[in-house]
Design a binder for this molecule. Sequence first.
Ligand code: UDP
Length: 468
Amino acid sequence: MLCSPGIGHLVPALLFGRRLVTHHNLQVTILAVTTTTTPTAQSQLLTPFTADIHLPVIQIPAADISSVVSPDAKVVTKICTMMRETIPTIRTTISSMDPRPDVFVADIFSTESWVIAEEFGMPKYVFNTGNAWFTGLFTYSPVLDKKVVGQYVDQTELFEIPGCKPVRPEEVVDPMLNRDDEDYRVYLNQAIGVTLADGMLINTWENLEPQSLQALRNNKILRSIPVYTVGPIAKKYEPVGLKTEVIEWLDKQPERSVIYVSFGSGGTLSAEQITELAWGLELSQQRFVWVVRPPAGYDKEVSFFKSGHSGEPNSEPEYLPEGYLTRSKKMGFVVRSWAPQVEILSHTSVGGFLTHCGWNSTLESISSGVAMIAWALYAEQRMNATMLTEELKVAVRPEVLPTKKVVGREEVEKMVRCLIDGEEGKAMTEKVKRLKEGAEEALSVNGSSYISTCKFVDDCWSRIQQSI
Ligand code: UDP
């Protein structure tokens, strides 16, 4: 399984790899392409996934792309270029493996590596860590590209994706926000690459997205390739080792009383937005755990010299309102940079999740039966937020102040109260618990995702046999 840089890509690959090893008796090797900013985090991350089973992870340093793309290039361009430029190392790594793999699985940013699968005669499958609705838009984008004139965001009509729910112009994925940007071309290229796979694995399940899945299978969007639903691929909490401070704090709080606030592995807010969020949490008078990161564009070095010790966990970060940590000590727990998310979400004291709607975070919240505040930031998260609020009705969505482009403190206060303290929050929690049960059913023996994974494994075997 080839995995592009990013924790949001690596975690589901590790989890799915584990499942193939433990439940389906396959040998799996993960090729994780890493960048200079991620290797340490990734090494620590790997242990819980690989310590007790044979799941080799080969970390491949990403090729240097500084002479190929501009430093201002957007994220999809950077990731896909890295994956393309790393192809020679990936090829060498695979050719030195003994035994050589029989099947090649790559994520949606890695489809240029199909050439390697073809060279080695391996069937090639795409591992899509997003959901089916996003996949509909993604794979239909080359058609929209021909149909739509002008910028997508300037259109007044919804985008019809055959068989799927339509997509609002302002909710298209990030690379579609500006058609003149190189990122859009790279994105379209990947969308075409995905359709060249022998099959597609999607991190969703039949009962969650029946409409979009049917649309993907009826040949109107995708050319006819098998679609396997293997989700939810979401980490489960298993107690290991000592409790962290945040869990000890949660142990002391009443049941369903805490809102957990986190924006994924890399989401950042503006300085103004951090201030509004901080005040909103305080005004709500509800308990919270907040994974705080410096605002976008924040110069860590400057702040280090200014405060002398801003890297220490108990120091007051200057991007929070003055005295905030001290004031909110009773009601809140601020975690700097990284928290044990799955453990937090599984804690009985947690009653809501203010999330950036990354698909992994979303699935972890559903799998823990926790209702959400859908605060989308980037990528396909606006679509995820719409699905969670309008279709599944397990989240509330903040209104953004049109003049300031931030979510104001009153709005934060209102949403947090609604989720933790209100009737609407209770109703959403009941709904999300039903989704959790549906997810567990899908994964159980003879459940839809279990059967679909077995089908994927069987299809791999028949393709391998055909090629012998
Ligand atoms: N995560 C975590 N602790 C943090 C922030 C994130 O464990 O403080 C994990 C989270 O549980 C999830 C992943 O990082 O598995 C983030 O993936 P997601 O798709 O939600 O968002 P992305 O980071 O890709 O935007």
